[in-house]
Design a protein around this ligand. Structure first.
Ligand code: ATP
Ligand code: MG
Ligand code: MG
Length: 383
């Protein structure tokens, strides 16, 4: 296992991936800004300083590594295509990332693989007239989504009524946008799927709770879900991920509708916020699984089962610029609570992911009870 893995991107996902690699004595090099979160915990001066969108920097990383992977999908895939042709290994496949990084292409790809998802319409100019035609098909509300560079809800604009059409049209001016039919969900679910050289495995079905389009809480396993629906979510996630080339972990987000029908919302070709709970809850985490999948190391399927139910709460920066210290102080003395801080600068950007906590307990009811005081502190802090 004396392989060196190169990671495009060194944020919190890269940092937790590095923690997993460190435990297996596997060397990791990061391409990102100086002192990025993942670089802070890896003792080497050989990291590459630069952007994961810069072809020159990606070539530099490739020259130092045996296998490349990414913690973010917004990367330069053209250079990865070229490097792959000359024998460089990138997982998952560059074509997978290229398809997924354009949300409309991603949805078209899933649709052609027979996966259920909300209907979408690609937009031309996004004029008010064009949006009116979308409303005739989808009715209100519907969602406008930026095709590229979207994360944490930042590329989404709900169009609630005809009063929002002007604003919607402005939103379309400086980006490529598509329209998506509203999904009247009763819950959002997620499954971390692991694509190996042999097939697709999956971690349990979890429930995600978003506030202002940003993931706030993850309940693992999902609450109030029948065994049949949890299993259906597993099958759907595995089928969706099987439609893509390459190896590694994929985060699959889903909508659960009133009639228990499941629709895929989106797929991330990498470890995912909804899978952080696996660090404390499962024998191997999503980061361990990603590492093992891309290096063809064994993954016993039962190692993806939960040892204990868990609730995860994100620690987010607040608009009021309040420090996250009171939250950390509370979390340190909260029972059965694991704290992860990401080594990022000031917490003054609203919604910026600064860290997370995970509480595990014998039952979900107990885990919910234990984390409640921290949710209260969080709500006060982000107030
Ligand atoms: P992420 O941080 O997960 O990458 P993102 O910016 O890619 O987020 P989406 O996952 O597309 O954004 O949407 C964010 C949230 O907005 C969803 O989790 C859901 O709560 C809501 N949402 C998205 N699409 C729809 C839809 N078609 N109908 C209703 N709600 C939606
Ligand atoms: Mg997304
Ligand atoms: Mg999402």
């Amino acid at each position: 296992m004396n392989k060196t893995v190169g990671v495009l991107g060194g944020g919190q996902l890269g940092r937790m991936f590095a923690e997993a690699a460190n435990r297996l004595n596997i060397k990791v090099l990061i391409l990102d800004k100086e002192n990025a979160p993942a670089k802070q915990i890896l003792g080497t001066s050989n990291h590459i300083v630069g952007s994961f969108k810069d072809s020159h920097a990606i070539r530099q990383l490739a020259a130092e590594c045996d296998v490349l992977t990414a913690e973010i999908e917004h990367i330069d895939t053209l250079v990865l295509e070229e490097l792959t042709q000359s024998g460089v290994i990138f997982e998952p496949h560059w074509r997978t990332v290229a398809t997924i990084q354009d949300k409309f292409d991603q949805k078209q790809h899933l649709k052609s693989a027979g996966i259920a998802l909300a209907d979408s319409i690609s937009l031309d100019s996004g004029s008010v007239d064009e949006l009116k035609r979308v409303a005739e098909v989808f009715d209100f509300p519907f969602m406008l989504k930026s095709r590229r560079e979207a994360y944490d809800g930042r590329g989404n604009l709900p169009i609630m009524s005809k009063d929002d059409l002007d604003h919607g049209s402005d939103f379309c001016k400086d980006r490529k946008v598509y329209a998506e039919r509203w999904a009247p969900f009763k819950a959002e679910l997620a499954v971390m799927a692991v694509k190996t050289k042999d097939g697709v495995l999956s971690f349990p079905t979890v429930e995600t709770v978003h506030e202002n389009s940003i993931c706030k809480l993850v309940y693992a396993p999902a609450r109030n879900l029948s065994r049949a629906t949890a299993d259906k979510a597993q099958q759907l996630a595995r089928k969706a991920v099987a439609a893509f080339e390459g190896k590694g972990v994929f985060g699959v987000e889903m909508f659960l509708l009133e009639n228990d029908q499941l629709l895929i919302n989106e797929i991330a070709p990498r470890p995912h916020n909804s899978g952080h709970y696996t660090i404390e809850s499962c024998p191997i985490s999503q980061y361990d699984a990603h590492l093992r999948a891309i290096l063809d190391l064994p993954i016993p399927p039962s190692s993806l089962e939960m040892r204990e139910p868990a609730v995860m709460l994100n620690i987010l920066g607040s608009a009021t610029g309040g420090s996250i210290d009171p939250f950390i102080t509370a979390a340190l003395s909260n029972p059965r609570t694991s704290i992860h801080l990401y080594g990022k600068g000031p917490a003054t950007t609203p919604g910026r992911k600064m860290g997370h906590v995970t509480v595990t307990a014998e039952t979900m009811a107990e885990a919910e009870q234990l984390i409640q005081p921290l949710i209260d502190v969080f709500d006060k802090h982000s107030g």
